[in-house]
Write a protein that binds this ligand. Structure first.
Ligand code: PEP
Ligand code: MG
Length: 602
């Protein structure tokens, strides 16, 4: 301090109130201290009898200022007046900015001149084409007579895996009884229909599933399979619901989809967004017509009989959406940097080698979630096929997270016999397959280890609820590595955060896991006890509890945290996710460019 400085030194004090719901946390405090350092004055923050240097970030954070708190800002020095003025302004702006919770994305409004049918958006975008009603037929590829098929099914049920033996034996007895009076597929279909009608509403209604399951087994043993009929010309598909596998095989002439019974969190919806197919849920069935309709999924409406001016408007809106997407696409390989310079990593969620390649071209910086259950598909891939697929993906990126098979709930595979459960989402799925189907998991892990060949690969276990489950799964994986002499030096093990129990056990998990990835889709359903595929109950994809859970996880995790659920690509959620400290988002390949662009505006 100079000789006369003390003489001219001024002291100014102001009381500042923390109005942001997030408190005076890391990000605003960092901006505040940077601003404070511009002044020569000594600047202090005082509260509850404690006084700290307000130019020192850690010291300022040590005050633990939460929403509703206040503190004295004391500036002493010749520029005290200017400092107090500037810092008050900075603080107020920060509080204002922080307290504006991002609004849910307003469905874009579009003024159509004719009547519109409202719906719920599954995937945004606009499509103009005639409606096509879903129609499927069953065809027989390699015919086998009924009697042979019945014998095969009886034998399969006798040979069933020991864990499902009880169910298999019950179904076998049921089939034997049916076969006493049935000797053709037609007779079997009739008998099953009658049995289900009799059981409906009774305490034994659950048995219907066994009857239907038997029918399905017989049909497939006879060589039947389902073929869906689609036109070659552009169309908008209207269906009750679609299977995830059906979304993947939609032809390019399908410009949009309307479903009556699904939910935005279902795997069908996730795939529709991943494919970029504009889609809506509309509860009621729609009248057929050959004339084009407008499916404005961005505005959440269907225009069944558009006027010429509506067509012009739809084209203009399509053009605007396309221009926005083109801009984001042009910058897809550039990093996603927020307005204050923080780089957020944007990875991709993929299902196989082709979608990984697509992710690479879409600007993804790695794979944050390889959902292997889709790679498994209709026929179980053998060890070699799996290894080749994993290797092709590992060759594309330096960072790849492979999730072990997450079958169960709304994801079924024909060759994985899961027991009939009253609540499949609370039953055998995810990491629980390590217990029920160890052979399949062993083969998968063996293929992943061999494909990695010493390269850094992240293995992630789904649906973990307790530290013991994680520890057992990791031990199982390491035993597989030992059995096949695989090198695991560069393999790390992490877990999905999608079961709420995890949030209360983070201290223990922190000691075991190498990384976390938040599965917001399942986490939200389990937080609210609302099935993600429920056709009538709605689940707010941006629920308060979900954000609270994410914030809690990020705050308590001592290992890297990413988000790979649908929320990561939700343009209305990204700002809040970044502000609460999430530094890695994993989204579908189609969403990479837009997600990066959205981050650039945070
Ligand atoms: C999730 O639950 O958010 C998730 C990413 O996993 P999946 O959607 O495959 O269940
Ligand atoms: Mg999940």
């Amino acid at each position: 301090m100079g000789l006369f400085d003390g003489l001219f030194a001024k002291s100014r004090t102001v009381v500042l109130h923390v109005t942001s719901a997030n408190g005076f946390h890391l990000r605003p405090a960092a901006v505040f201290t940077t601003e404070a350092k511009k002044f020569a004055s000594r600047i202090e923050a005082e509260t509850r009898g404690k006084s700290v240097d307000a130019k020192n970030l850690n010291a300022l954070l040590s005050l633990g200022l939460e929403h509703g708190d206040h503190f004295d800002l004391v500036c002493k020095g010749k520029d005290a007046e200017a400092a107090i003025e500037a810092l008050t302004r900075t603080f107020e702006t920060l509080m204002e900015k922080e307290s504006t919770t991002p609004e849910p994305p307003k469905q874009e409004s579009a003024a159509y001149t004719v009547q519109t049918i409202p719906g719920e958006t599954l995937a945004p975008g606009i499509a103009v084409a005639p409606l096509w009603h879903y129609r499927a037929k069953t065809v027989q590829e390699t015919p086998h007579p009924f009697s042979v098929a019945a014998e095969t099914v009886l034998q399969d049920l006798s040979d069933a895996d020991t864990k499902e033996k009880g169910i298999a034996l019950a179904q076998k007895t049921l089939l034997e009884t049916l076969l006493e009076s049935v000797n053709s597929l037609e007779a079997m279909r009739k008998a099953v229909e009658e049995a289900c009608q009799t059981l409906r509403g009774s305490a034994m209604e659950a048995k219907c599933t066994d009857y239907r399951d038997l029918l399905r087994r017989i049909e497939s043993a006879m060589g039947y399979h389902t073929v869906v009929d689609y036109p070659d010309t552009p169309f908008i598909l209207e269906a009750d619901d679609l299977l995830p596998s059906e979304v993947e095989t939609l032809p390019s002439s399908c410009l949009g989809v309307i479903l009556h019974h699904t939910s935005p969190a279902s795997h069908t919806a996730i795939l529709l967004r991943a494919e970029g197919i504009p889609s809506l849920i509309i509860a009621d069935s729609l009248p057929s017509s050959d004339a084009p309709v407008i499916l404005d999924a961005s505005a959440g409406v269907l225009v069944p009989s558009p006027a010429p001016s509506d067509m012009t408007q739809a084209q203009k809106r399509e053009e605007t959406i396309r221009k926005r997407a083109d801009h984001a696409h042009a910058k897809r390989f550039e990093p996603a940097r927020t307005t204050d310079g923080q780089v957020i990593k944007v990875l991709a969620n993929v299902t196989d080698a082709a979608s990984a390649q697509e992710a690479k071209e879409a600007g993804a910086e790695g794979i944050g979630l390889l959902r292997t259950e889709f790679l498994f598909g209709e026929k179980k891939p053998d060890y070699q096929t799996q290894k080749e697929t994993y290797r092709a993906i590992f060759d594309l990126f330096d960072e790849v997270t492979v999730r072990t098979l997450d079958v169960g709930g709304d994801k079924a595979l024909p060759y994985i016999d899961l027991p009939e459960e009253s609540n499949p989402f609370l039953g055998i799925r995810g990491v629980r397959l390590f217990q029920s189907h160890p052979d399949i998991i062993e083969e998968q892990l063996h293929a992943i280890f061999d494909a990695a060949e010493g390269k850094a690969v992240k293995i992630m276990f789904p649906m973990v609820a307790t530290p013991e489950e994680f520890i057992a799964a990791k031990r199982f994986a390491l035993e597989v590595a030992t059995k096949y002499s695989c090198c695991v030096d560069n393999i790390t093990f992490g877990m999905m955060v999608e079961v709420p129990s995890v949030l209360f056990l983070m201290e223990i998990f922190n000691k075991e896991v190498d990384f976390y990835s938040i599965g917001s889709n399942d986490l939200n359903q389990y937080l609210h006890a609302v099935e993600r595929t429920h056709p009538t109950l709605s689940l707010d994809p941006r629920s308060r509890a979900l954000f609270a859970a994410i914030e809690h996880c990020v705050r308590h995790a001592q290992k890297p945290v990413s988000i790979c659920g649908e929320l990561a690509a939700d343009e209305a959620a990204i700002e809040r996710l970044v502000k609460c400290g999430v530094t890695t988002l994993s989204v579908s390949a189609k969403a990479v460019a837009n997600t990066k662009e959205r981050i650039r505006h945070v």
